[in-house]
Write a protein that binds this ligand. Structure first.
Ligand code: SAM
Length: 244
């Protein structure tokens, strides 16, 4: 059956499971009261494991929506493995960053507490909701994991040696990302590091530069705001090593 993008919802349940699905309160509100779906409407479900499934709305009221799972419309596929490790920024912009990083294919979002991080209050649930909504809209088959904020020192002490680092270094003496990123397919797992508004401090910079597999990159001659830098870095990574 040809894939046609309908209203898409991310669920945790297995698919097709028992074939009958009752949606939770939030999704019921979204479908019944926002999208105003009625019985007979078809929507798609995905859970990041079992592909995408077309479902028929068998019951729709303000209080509950039930679905019958009909057939698989897309197989699950492996997405590029690239983490976004970023120092938290102000609320509105961090939501924006979570949405755009999801659209640009980040596989995990890690809020990083650095020496110059000026906010450590990160609403992880809210970031996860932003990531789910963005994944539903951009036709991803999975949703990036959003972790609790972690201190720079702790993250680097536990760093998985097989994962390479793209260190976005605003000190501008690094090579352009396009040239600096080593080509090679399939790429190993990567992580993109974006500093706080005040930048990484010298000790953090030394730790990153000394990390095996770390590549320092420049994102051009201008100082980009952290959210812009994250979008530029993810785009360059996808165009160089990812699925673009
Ligand atoms: N510390 C900087 C300054 O001089 O004000 C600004 C930091 S910038 C707003 C936030 C983060 O974005 C940086 O830590 C870096 O990771 C990334 N970034 C911004 N512009 C960049 C550039 N031209 N090249 C590489 N990374 C950049």
């Amino acid at each position: 059956m040809a894939y046609t993008a309908k209203t898409r919802l991310f669920i945790e349940d297995s698919l097709p499971g028992s074939g009958l699905i009752d949606l939770d309160k939030g999704q019921t509100h979204y479908l019944a009261n926002v999208m105003r779906v009625t019985e007979g409407t078809r929507i798609n479900l995905f859970n990041g494991r079992d592909g995408e499934w077309q479902c028929l709305v068998t019951h729709a009221s303000r209080k509950s929506v039930s679905l019958l799972v009909e057939e698989k419309v897309r197989d699950q596929k492996t997405e590029p493995d690239v983490w976004l490790v970023f120092a938290p920024i102000k609320k509105a912009r961090i939501d924006f960053m979570a949405q755009k990083a999801t659209e640009l294919g980040a596989s995990k979002l890690i809020p990083l507490l650095t020496a110059r991080t000026n906010t450590d209050r990160v609403k992880v649930d809210r970031l996860a909701l932003n990531a789910i909504e963005a994944a539903e809209q951009c036709e991803r088959l999975n949703v990036p994991e959003v972790t609790e904020p972690i201190k720079f020192k702790t993250l680097m002490e536990e760093w998985p040696s097989e994962r390479r680092i793209m260190f976005c270094d605003e000190m501008r003496n690094a090579e352009s990302a396009i040239h600096a990123l080593p080509k090679g397919s399939p790429p190993p797992p990567w992580a993109i590091f974006i500093g706080p508004e005040g930048g990484f401090d010298d000790r953090e910079r030394e730790t990153l530069a000394a990390q095996e597999g770390c590549v320092s990159v420049s994102l051009g001659p201008r100082i980009l705001r952290a959210d812009t830098a994250a979008m530029a870095a993810l785009s360059l990574w996808q165009a160089t090593l990812g699925d673009w």
